[in-house]
Design a binder for this molecule. Structure first.
Ligand SMILES: [Zn+2]
Length: 83
């Protein structure tokens, strides 16, 4: 998965802001990391994120999950020799 710094860099390129607190909220706590990436739990996470960081925070959260899925799929395909 992209590192927190890589996610922040992507956010800066897209928006001009790094949204590091949001990327850290998603990735940093090892005990909660899997749950915070669980797409079936996105509706409940979105409520919490919207309270903390507003609508732009929700957008960055969705983008973070998108970028992780994209990277994971690319890594999996590469593992099987599919380009
Ligand atoms: Zn992540």
């Amino acid at each position: 998965m992209p590192s927190i710094d890589a996610h922040a860099k992507t956010s800066i390129e897209r928006t001009g802001k790094e949204y590091k607190e949001i990327h850290e909220w998603i990735d940093k706590d090892e005990a909660k990391k899997v749950e915070r990436h669980d797409i079936t739990k996105m509706p409940q996470h979105i409520k919490e994120i919207e309270l903390k960081w507003g609508e732009e925070g929700v957008r960055e959260y969705v983008q973070h999950i998108h970028d992780d899925v994209k990277k994971r799929i690319a890594d999996t395909l590469a593992y099987f020799g599919i380009k």
